[in-house]
Design a protein around this ligand. Structure first.
Ligand SMILES: C[S@@+](CC[C@H](N)C(=O)[O-])C[C@H]1O[C@@H](n2cnc3c(N)ncnc32)[C@H](O)[C@@H]1O
Length: 289
């Protein structure tokens, strides 16, 4: 049980919790739904969503819950390697109580049939390693929203590599955005190199001392991106920009598309050792001491 009363899990395999202790639902709303800005989509239009690392389904369930209160339609794809998180969540009364009957029946249908279809939305969950399953998505299918909610780069580097992020970038529609809780310099630098404009998700009122809730990377085809005060994101601060000039910005690389996590981590360590980039501890001392 997390602090907002919502149920979550810990993975022994990845040695990491699925959500921050502040609350699984709270995290979905702050880091994924608010930055999705569904209010900018036209009524009657169709939003295409790709949820990378579906897990217990919080991010998608919260988004669909918000969408069902509008006349916007949804076409959804999910990527997930392990059916157990959804299975365990659906057995919990507290988890069931979070959702309306409609959303619960979507989650149940995903568990039983890996898909759903109703009068305003449809979805398909592709089970397996996201690096492999992403190849099954048609090149003509374009996402307005990509939720990237993998375990952290040090525990699950394979889903934060330059190669995988660049595949996600290619799936974006003009103006489409990748949203992630991750603010790691390596991930931001790779997203920028894949041609996206990157922004920092503003800290929420609950995490005042935090410098960022994550990253939004927007397809640069969108000329209307601005930095207005009422946006949930902002340009990277000088401190965040400087972070990208340090060795922390050395990318994770997956040369075969199926490299083991330890190979990806070791390769990055070697690249950092030979790097001309500034030492990250100097950056940390400059901005945090
Ligand atoms: C932090 S959790 C996601 C939480 C989820 N978004 C939610 O709202 O409950 C990370 C998820 O990534 C999945 N995962 C780990 N490696 C994966 C891979 N290579 N391909 C697809 N999914 C993976 C895990 O099974 C886990 O469910």
């Amino acid at each position: 049980m997390t602090k907002d009363g919502s149920f979550s899990l810990k993975s022994n395999y990845f040695n990491e919790t699925f959500h921050s202790g502040s609350g699984a639902l709270n995290e979905a709303l702050t880091k994924f739904i608010c930055p999705s800005q569904i209010e900018i989509f036209k009524e009657e239009s169709t939003i295409r969503i790709l949820d990378v690392c579906f897990g217990l389904g919080y991010n998608s369930a919260a988004l669909l819950d918000a969408l069902q209160q509008t006349s916007i339609k949804a076409k959804w794809l999910g990527l997930e390697i392990d059916p157990r998180p959804l299975d365990l969540a659906l057995k919990e009364k507290d988890f069931q109580n979070l959702w309306s009957t409609n959303i619960l029946s979507i989650l149940q249908s995903l568990r039983k049939h890996s898909q759903w279809n109703n009068d305003w939305s449809e979805g398909l969950l592709l089970w397996g390693d996201a690096r492999k399953m992403i190849k099954a998505i048609s090149k003509t299918w374009k996402a307005d929203l990509v939720f990237l909610d993998a375990f952290s780069p040090t525990h699950c580097p394979e889903l934060w590599t330059e190669e995988f992020l660049s595949k996600l970038a290619k799936l974006l529609s003009p103006g489409g955005r990748i949203i992630t809780y991750c603010r790691a310099a390596a991930v931001r630098a790779s997203l920028r190199r894949s041609g996206l404009q990157i922004f920092s998700i503003k800290p929420s009122q609950f995490t005042q001392n935090n410098w960022s809730e994550g990253t939004i990377a927007i397809s640069s085809d969108n000329k209307n991106v601005n930095n207005a005060k009422d946006q949930p994101w902002q340009l990277l601060s000088p401190m965040e920009e400087e972070h990208l000039l340090t060795r922390a910005a050395t990318p994770y690389r997956d040369l075969s598309g199926a490299d083991k996590p330890c190979e990806i981590i070791d390769r990055r360590k070697i690249e950092q050792f030979h790097s001309n980039l500034k030492v990250t501890s100097d950056w940390r001392r400059r901005w945090f001491n």
